[in-house]
Design a binder for this molecule. Sequence first.
Ligand SMILES: Cc1cc2nc3c(=O)[nH]c(=O)nc-3n(C[C@H](O)[C@H](O)[C@H](O)COP(=O)(O)OP(=O)(O)OC[C@H]3O[C@@H](n4cnc5c(N)ncnc54)[C@H](O)[C@@H]3O)c2cc1C
Length: 375
Amino acid sequence: MNCNLTEIQQATRDTFAEFVQKRVMPQAASIDERAEFPMELFREVGTLGFFGMRYPETAGGTNMDIVSYCLAVMELAKGSLSLAAACTMQSLMATYFLYRLGGEEIKGHFRAALKGDEIGGICMTEPNAGSDLLNLQSKALVSDDGFVLNGQKTWVTSAPVADFFTVLAKTDKAEGISIFFVPARLEGVKIGKSIEKLGVRGSPTSEVSFDNVKLPKNYLLGNLGDGSKYLREVLAEIRIMTAALAVGVAAAAFEYALQYSKEREQFGRPIGQFQAVSMNLAEMAVQLETARHYTLYAASLSDAGHTQQKEAMIAKLYASECANAICDKASRVLASYGFAMDYPLQRYLRDARFTLIGGGTSEILKINLGKEYGL
Ligand SMILES: Cc1cc2nc3c(=O)[nH]c(=O)nc-3n(C[C@H](O)[C@H](O)[C@H](O)COP(=O)(O)OP(=O)(O)OC[C@H]3O[C@@H](n4cnc5c(N)ncnc54)[C@H](O)[C@@H]3O)c2cc1C
């Protein structure tokens, strides 16, 4: 599927496809089993320039378009959604606000993160503020020399290995949310133990608490109270990226089931020759190709400077729902072997659930899409 890709886009896709084939696929099952951050592979992805793809060369990045970025994400997710989730977090949410709003000291951490030498996380979600993010309770009180941060965050991707966090909190001096840079080693920052998860187990997430953490003034990113505005700047890209994650895991499930249907024989012939099975695979192919093309279309709109929240939401909603439907159908093609831990389909099935949540749940996306249509 080339979808009128440029030579650079094709080369990017092929580079990541080759890397995934050689380095990620042989380790994907054990990344999932060990449920540990895949540090070595993460650093290798850094050397491929992935973390800087969406940043200009003047900032240490490689200034690639979103279509290229999505093609790389799809390949990584095809190999291991755990690795892809950790890497996309580093390349976008964990670093964007440092690049966009940070001063010289913070830009130093940003540049280290682009190489994979430092690891970042984003602390938005709280025990009582998930979809209702603006209702968060973390508070940074203004002091003489900066801020004092208190609060409890949860589900923070890469927290167990993080060097720094971008933290959303309210302050006593402004309405709305503000954004702070917080080094993980500061006194009062406590990282909880990893949450035991159903899927993306090799992308550890944990609670992070802030207990009277003293922050200098320059750790405020941007203006007090403007956090929601800054978040909206990257929302479409986060959703398109999550759609690309979903396409990647869906492609892995489809390709595995297709191959299996050609090899597994029952009643004297490959099961793919039974219409019930081939129709199942045809439906999966339609969903996969449609999700892939729509995701790249949404990405190409952004590349052309027409960032559209609507198309980004459609891409994320459609691709994540398709990925889960495809993994379910693929599991049926394998029957008992789709249920066996020694085969990869159970991992695809578990991992795909994550794409229904990250970047906004399907319900929240449907509600916001309704608003785009004036409902
Ligand atoms: C693997 C993983 C990694 C994550 N990484 C991070 C991270 O790095 N940083 C971070 O800050 N967060 C992270 N999150 C958290 C994620 O962003 C939240 O889980 C997500 O925003 C949903 O919040 P919630 O789980 O509290 O669900 P809730 O908001 O409690 O929703 C529960 C259910 O209610 C529905 N619902 C809620 N409100 C409405 C409404 N108004 N109308 C209709 N239905 C509604 C939802 O759709 C959902 O079905 C991660 C989550 C996962 C699973």
